[in-house]
Design a protein around this ligand. Structure first.
Ligand SMILES: Cc1cc2nc3c(=O)[nH]c(=O)nc-3n(C[C@H](O)[C@H](O)[C@H](O)COP(=O)(O)OP(=O)(O)OC[C@H]3O[C@@H](n4cnc5c(N)ncnc54)[C@H](O)[C@@H]3O)c2cc1C
Ligand code: SF4
Length: 520
């Protein structure tokens, strides 16, 4: 290899699209080169939804354009570049040949798989270039800070972590006390949605020339991936993402708390923010989102129960699950507390099922690459838990279908929160629910051909008999968990004949489902 140039090769990954990303700190535009590469391996390690691929590739191209407009030398390797090796490491090594940098700087990867590969970069450097991997400072809590918080604690519950984050970052605080005198306003939140409440429109973003080009590329190159590029309307730049955030804060945040757990046919977003796809790419910073929400409370636009409930999702849950992911990987990916082995039924890929709640949640997901939290947790997640679906299949599904899916946030939510496959690392109990919950929180049951009030008959709601079958199956292993003492006690007191009948219905239903029966 010839003489080195003096500059630094700076690597920006597809979910690191923040102008302040650590790898770009102290950049010298006169001597440094930024490498961005679209690689097949990242597009296909699971068959991501077509809209997610459009989102990431278009946002990368817009980010590169913005850097160039600032005079930065960006070396951008497109996916259809004939020389593309289609692996991240391959592209870094090729860029080293092209630019002969003195050193390489990157920001730590969000996913274990990529981080593992990056750990081997130093050894692979052809000319001994120094490789510096910097902490990702976009989060409120750095990984090492989370480890320090977790060290020596018996219980790593989210609530305690969240309070610590509020104190540490001065968010929703009045001196040393929580704003409004309470840390948590959940008692005022999570109501059922009356028919009369009008649901606001969520504005979309019309694809520009760059996005249209990427849409054509994705449609042609990944024809067998789920979903369609048509109707793509996610924000792809920081400016658009901030516009989406402002719209949420003005029009949906005021009602976020009240209807946080509600579900409604034909209303896939309801009062949720719809910002995770942009946030997880780095187009928005978690701090600016929390500050925008807090400011809405201070100027009287939104009440504290809504603002606190929303901030808890970002400052609490999002940071907490990331910390747990890094604390427990790679073992987390193997967790299967209930030993579940069943395959994922076909209807997760088509939405074709008589169970209206699942048909709605899956159809919304396929159409939009988005579903809100309660659809993910209490419909698709709950069913997979009750039906004993193997967590590997469920994880894969959640990684494929959502535009915001990255393993660090997807896996703890899926294996942990939804499936309890981690045995209680993320949540303290399985989020199992029968049809009664779904009926209370949605309008799905009214249009369903199953009878939500029935648990044993021919037309009984499958969530009912599967719910009791789940507790009967796992009574022993869940026996010591006080948080599920109530359903276990109810089951014990139930008429034995009814329990047998429900378990027979469950066995029959699951057998039918295993055959891939579309009538499931
Ligand atoms: C089984 C399952 C899988 C999930 N997979 C993902 C995923 O791949 N990527 C992802 O970003 N979120 C995931 N979530 C969390 C949550 O459902 C989504 O963040 C949320 O639905 C995104 O929509 P929103 O922006 O409208 O969120 P809102 O309900 O408006 O919440 C605001 C923000 O808070 C954050 N947030 C809320 N809940 C969580 C949570 N439990 N964990 C982490 N962050 C949270 C998100 O950044 C979200 O954008 C998953 C949840 C479940 C139950
Ligand atoms: S009746 Fe049961 S299957 Fe049908 S929508 Fe309600 S909960 Fe879902």
């Amino acid at each position: 290899m010839g003489d080195r140039l003096a500059g630094t090769l700076r690597i920006v990954l597809g979910d690191q699209l923040s102008p302040g990303i650590a790898a770009l700190r102290d950049m010298d535009p006169a001597r440094d080169v930024v490498l961005m590469a679209e690689v097949q391996a990242e597009c296909t390690y699971v068959k991501h939804h077509a809209k997610k691929l459009v989102l990431v590739l278009s946002a990368m191209r817009h980010f590169a354009r913005a850097l160039r407009a600032r005079g930065v030398h960006v070396d951008y390797v497109a996916i259809d570049d004939p020389c593309n090796t289609h692996s991240l490491r391959g592209e870094v090594l090729r860029a080293i040949e092209r630019h002969r940098p003195a050193r390489v700087v990157a920001t730590e990867a969000g996913e274990w798989r990529v981080a593992e590969d990056m750990r081997g970069w130093q050894e692979a450097m052809p000319d001994g270039q120094e490789v510096e991997i910097r902490d990702d400072a976009r989060f409120f809590c750095r990984i090492q800070e989370f480890f320090a918080w977790a060290r020596g604690r018996n219980s790593l519950r989210m609530e305690f972590f969240y309070r610590e984050m509020r104190r540490r970052h001065g968010i929703l605080m009045e001196g040393d006390a929580p704003a409004g005198g309470q840390w948590n306003f959940d008692a005022e939140n999570r109501k059922a949605l009356p028919k009369t409440v009008a649901v606001p429109e969520v504005p979309g973003f019309a694809p520009d020339a760059i996005t249209r080009e990427v849409m054509a590329l994705v449609a042609a190159r990944f024809p067998d991936h789920l979903g369609s590029v048509q109707g793509f309307a996610f924000p792809v730049t920081g400016r658009e993402a901030r516009q989406a955030l402002r719209d949420f804060v003005e029009n949906r945040l005021p009602d976020f708390g009240d209807w946080q757990d509600a579900m409604k046919s034909g209303a896939p977003v309801l009062f949720h923010a719809h910002i995770s796809p942009a946030l997880n790419l780095g187009l928005l910073k978690p701090r600016e989102i929390c500050e925008a929400a807090e400011a809405a409370w201070k100027r009287g636009r939104a009440k504290l129960n809504a603002v606190e409930g929303f901030i808890r999702q970002i400052l609490g849950w999002r940071e907490y699950v990331r910390g747990l992911y890094w604390l427990h990987m790679p073992d987390f990916a193997e967790k299967n507390f209930f030993g579940a082995t069943r395959k994922l039924p076909d209807f997760y890929w088509t939405g074709e099922t008589r169970m209206n709640c699942l048909a709605q949640a899956v159809s919304d997901t396929i159409a939009n690459a988005y579903a809100h939290h309660i659809q993910r947790l209490m419909i698709t997640g709950n069913f997979a838990l009750l039906a004993g679906i193997d967590p590997d299949f469920v994880d894969e599904w959640y990684m494929v279908v959502y535009a915001d899916a990255y393993e660090w946030v997807e896996m703890p939510n899926t294996r942990g929160m939804a499936l309890f496959a981690d045995g209680g690392i993320v949540g303290s109990k399985p989020y199992a629910a029968s049809g009664a919950y779904i009926n209370r929180m949605s309008d799905y049951c009214k249009a369903c051909s199953y009878d939500v009030k029935d648990a044993v008959g021919e037309n009984a709601c499958p969530f009912n008999f599967l719910y009791w079958d789940f507790f009967a199956r796992h009574a022993e292993v869940l026996g010591g968990n006080v948080r599920v003492a109530m359903p276990l006690r109810t089951l014990e007191r139930m008429d034995g004949g009814k329990v047998t009948k429900m378990r027979e219905r469950a066995a029959e239903f699951l057998k039918g489902m295993e055959g891939g029966m579309r009538s499931a």
